[in-house]
Design a protein around this ligand. Structure first.
Ligand code: 6R9
Length: 648
């Protein structure tokens, strides 16, 4: 992609200074950048001391065999001890670790002392079931406290977990169980979703039937629904876990001991099992959670709305917050059950002060209207975070205004399953924020933007995002496939990690993420990012959401086709499409004006909320649609196709 074309199409001039009060007491100040610049490895060695090590590491990084990194290699620690026991030993046993809110309205609060007992019992149960250090355990669960307990129990005994999102099919689960060669599956009868019980056990039964090595299925009773039972293989959590001893002595594992495998679906081929290890991972998620959210564990109530089935749930529900002794909310269900204000009701109930969610959810809330959050007291909020996709400036501003009361910093955090922890983000007490930009690599992180020839681009230009130095929570490999690890991430640009995202540097050198590189369009010789056209569309008052694709076009190579969801109440009146085209031309220039704009009711999204532009491209190019199995709702595509007068 050429530089000139990705550069600064969208001008965003608004700036927000950190609140003075927050800046004055911030966990991390501007000095951290200087300290890390002066001695990067020394900086990370210092952050590692946030943790409690059974054997203190004397080495920081071994990069003698790139791209295979070893961090803190001669150190040893137990992750569960760091996330639970040490807080109890420090006298914080009565602090609430988890305020659980079930979708049907049931709730319970679990202290660190209770969590310690629960994790010890679950660890003892796994040992009784014959799980040994190094054995893989698959976890296929709803969003309930037992899921967190199960993950910590695995970590405690050194058995890497492989959490599979509860919305995935039996097929997806079977492939992941087979690839990780899991010996035990932890699941539940079901969970509550959109007001009704949604079964999990049948998918496990189907998946396990096809796997040779699964010995036991450990089942939590959540919904009480009927389940099929295989004697000798299936065991109830309440039968096995409840009767265990309440203590368990944690063993220290080497820093590079595998902690978990988490699968990410590549655009092609089989899913990649991303491997994370112990010491470096915990160091970075602990530090970044402390720095980016400015967590004050004694007074803050933190809430991340992600599912634990995604990396965000691993790093910023389980390991980051718990290692920092946070009090957090864990919510089982969807944001609009039983009403569209459910999230804000929960914020009000627990006086949530730090809130972390995804742009797709923010745009859904915008669509439901400003009146919904306005009904609740959101004055406890002081830091808001975003993750998962580029956040359109309009959504950023709406989030700050309508959720943050115009007071709170918004931190747009860029990272990936592969990076393990946050990499690029403003710091709430330091950075003057720009709506829509993740801005700066965190202290100790080295990132830049390069062109096709791997040359760093000047400020004001675009290209590919790369990471130029190893970082503590980096993936160590793709499970069982070192060559694919090299090929996917380390061969596009010699010696640098290729993230697969397009990015630009603005005139101040701040980084703007432009979406996956496959989502860049080529129109009459210009590269135009789908993200920027989408942002321009969403900045129109009548548009709630937009997805943009490049469709093959005989005249212009690709033509811009936009699918838009109109805001509540907006009519698909005559002239609206013309108005929107003109609006984009005004915001970005005539070259970015969509050739076609189609109002639709829904957009196709993956279960983690990312728009599947590939399917929209199929529609726009009048093609047979590709694989739809990772969609949340497959009927969405039928609706979109039915809308088309005549494709392309
Ligand atoms: C944490 C997570 C990773 C991909 C990543 C990028 C996109 C995530 C973003 C963002 C722009 C942000 N992404 N955060 N793009 N701004 N703040 O989402 O991990 O599911 O592996 O996805 O998500 O495209 O490469 P994962």
């Amino acid at each position: 992609m050429s530089n000139e074309s990705l550069a600064n199409l969208l001008k965003e001039e608004r700036r927000f200074e950190p609140p003075a009060e927050l800046a004055a007491h911030a966990n991390v100040t501007a000095e951290a950048y200087e300290q890390a610049r002066a001695d990067r490895l020394g900086f990370w060695a210092e952050q590692a001391r946030r943790l409690s090590w059974a054997t203190e590491p004397t080495e920081t990084l071994d990069w003698s065999n790139p791209p295979f990194a070893k961090w803190f290699e001669d150190g040893a620690l137990n992750v569960a001890y760091n996330c639970v026991d040490r807080h109890v030993e420090a006298g914080l046993g009565d602090r609430v670790a988890i305020h659980f809110e079930g979708e049907p309205g049931d709730s319970r609060s679990i202290t660190y002392a209770e969590l310690q007992r629960d994790v010890a019992k679950a660890a003892n149960a796994l040992v009784e079931l014959g799980v040994q250090t190094g054995d893989r355990v698959a976890v296929y669960m709803p969003m309930i406290p037992e899921t967190v307990v199960a993950m910590l129990a695995c970590a405690r005994i050194g058995a890497p977990h492989s959490v599979v999102f509860g919305g995935f099919s039996a097929d997806a689960l079977a492939t992941r169980i087979a690839d990780a060669d899991a010996r035990v599956v932890i699941t539940a009868d079901g969970g509550y979703r959109r007001g009704k019980p949604s079964a999990l056990k049948p998918a496990v039964d189907e998946a396990v039937e096809r796997s040779e090595h699964v010995r036991n299925v450990l089942v939590v009773r959540r919904t009480g629904q009927e389940v099929a039972w295989t004697e000798g293989r299936d065991v109830w959590w309440h039968d096995v876990v409840d009767r265990q001893e309440e203590t368990h002595t944690p063993e220290a594992f080497p820093a590079e001991h595998p902690l978990f495998i988490l699968y990410t679906s590549g655009t092609t081929g089989k899913p990649k099992g991303i491997l994370h290890t112990t010491g470096g991972y915990l160091t970075q998620v602990s530090y970044t959670h402390h720095a980016v959210f400015d967590l004050k564990p004694e007074s803050d109530v933190y809430w991340c709305t992600a599912d634990v089935g995604w990396v965000t749930g691993h790093s910023y529900i389980v390991y980051g917050p718990l290692s920092n002794g946070a009090t957090q909310v864990l919510y089982e269900g969807t944001p609009d059950t039983p009403h569209q204000g459910r999230w804000w009701e929960i914020v009000q109930k627990y006086r949530v002060s730090i809130f972390y969610t995804a742009p797709t959810a923010i745009r859904a809330c915008m669509k439901w209207g400003d009146a919904v959050p306005a009904k609740f007291d959101l004055s406890s909020l002081r830091v808001l975070g975003s993750v998962g996709e580029p956040i359109n400036p309009e959504a950023w501003i709406w989030y700050r205004e309508h959720i943050g009361g115009g007071r709170t910093p918004v931190v747009d955090t860029w990272w990936q399953t592969e990076t393990g922890g946050i990499m690029i983000s403003p710091l709430p007490g330091v950075t003057s924020t720009k709506p829509g930009s993740a801005q700066v690599p965190l202290p100790g992180i080295a990132a830049t933007v390069v062109d096709d020839e791997a040359r760093e681009v000047p400020d004001g230009s675009g290209g590919y995002l790369v990471l130029t130095e190893p970082w503590p929570s980096m993936l160590r490999t793709i499970w069982g496939d070192d060559q694919r690890y090299r090929d996917t991430y380390w061969s596009r640009f010699e010696g640098r990690y290729f993230a697969g995202d397009g990015a630009k540097k603005d005139d101040d050198g701040d980084i703007w993420l432009l979406g996956r590189v496959d989502d860049v369009m080529l129109v009459s010789g210009h590269n135009i990012s789908t993200t920027e056209v989408e942002s321009a569309l969403v900045s129109h008052p009548k548009v709630a959401e937009a997805a943009v694709v490049g469709a093959t076009d005989p005249q212009t190579t690709q033509a811009i086709v936009a699918f838009v969801i109109l805001r509540g109440g907006a009519e698909e009146a005559d002239g609206l499409v013309e108005e929107l085209r003109a609006h984009v031309a005004k915001a970005l220039g005539p070259i970015a004006k969509p050739k076609r704009i189609l109002p639709v009711a829904e957009l196709p999204k993956t279960r983690s909320g990312k728009i599947m532009r590939r399917l929209l491209r199929d529609v726009a190019e009048n093609r047979q649609m590709g694989d739809v199995t990772t969609l949340t709702d497959t009927t969405v595509m039928d609706l979109i196709q039915a809308k088309l007068p005549s494709a392309a």
